[in-house]
Design a protein around this ligand. Structure first.
Ligand code: PRP
Length: 185
């Protein structure tokens, strides 16, 4: 790997580790979804776009890909944390086999909101697939497929950003703490 960017403290997960785990998750989903005619994969923008792209290309189960975009208030501060949909799905999901794909579970507010919202649309099944979960207190949300548990630090790369930087790094790295002190992803 090249020298680390000065704003990054260390690599948490290498490209090889991530790719191996994504392949395992895809195999597990294929096993669990044997007989399903079509999966409906939903990625949450922007963070999940790379994880979803890699995961979808490894799946053998037929699938459709769609995206949602959300905005959350109070996230970078300490207040309400209310979540709102700013871009919705293209199609109804009633009766479909849905997997919600997220890059990271931090407080859990985003996934909790999405899970409840999508469950209300009466899919045949709704599963969650999350690449990273921070070890911290937060909303309890059921995760069916989890990539890695990570420490409660700000991570970037593989879709995750800091002020829109570092999203396209192939590995996941920890940001230097002095850059984000007091802020939360
Ligand atoms: C990140 C991440 C999740 C959410 C998780 O999105 O992609 O969607 O935060 O945080 P939570 O568990 O505390 O709700 P972010 O708002 O940074 O937007 P982005 O994906 O567009 O970068």
């Amino acid at each position: 790997m090249d020298r680390l960017y000065p704003d990054l403290a260390r690599v948490l997960l290498s490209e090889e580790q991530i790719q191996a785990r994504v392949a395992q998750i895809a195999e597990q989903i294929d096993r669990d979804c044997a007989g399903v005619e079509e999966l409906y994969l939903i990625g949450v923008l922007k963070g999940a776009f790379i994880f979803l792209a890699d995961l979808a290309r490894r799946l053998e189960t037929p699938h459709t890909v769609d995206f949602m975009a959300l905005s959350s208030y109070g996230k970078r501060g300490a207040s309400s944390g209310a979540v709102r949909i700013v871009m919705d799905l293209r199609e109804p999901i009633e009766g479909r086999y849905v997997i919600l794909v997220e890059d990271i579970l931090d407080t859990g507010q985003t996934l909790d909101y999405l899970y409840r919202t999508l469950q209300g649309r009466r899919p045949a099944s709704l599963r969650t697939c999350v690449l990273l979960r921070k070890r911290r207190e937060g909303v309890r949300v059921p995760i069916d497929y989890l990539g890695f548990e990570i420490p409660d630090v700000w991570v970037v790369g593989y879709g995750l950003d800091y002020a829109e930087r570092f999203r396209t790094l192939p590995y996941i790295a920890e940001l230097r703490t002095e850059l984000y002190r007091g802020e939360r992803r």
